[in-house]
Write a new protein. Structure first.
Length: 55
């Protein structure tokens, strides 16, 4: 999932993961669109029972 996540509801993002999405763009900014904050991303992943990949 990338541009537009800031405007997507948690339900919409959850449906994207259920449909097969397996990654998100993370960081302060994409080329032209800001991303949700780290805390918001981590809360969503936690609600969905997902964990970020460790490097």
């Amino acid at each position: 999932l990338s541009a537009g996540r800031e405007d997507m509801s948690e339900e919409t993002q959850a449906l994207c993961f259920l449909a097969g999405a397996n990654s998100i763009f993370y960081g302060p900014k994409l080329l032209t669109t800001p991303n949700p904050g780290r805390d918001r991303d981590m809360a969503l992943l936690d609600k969905l029972g997902l964990r970020p990949m460790e490097r």
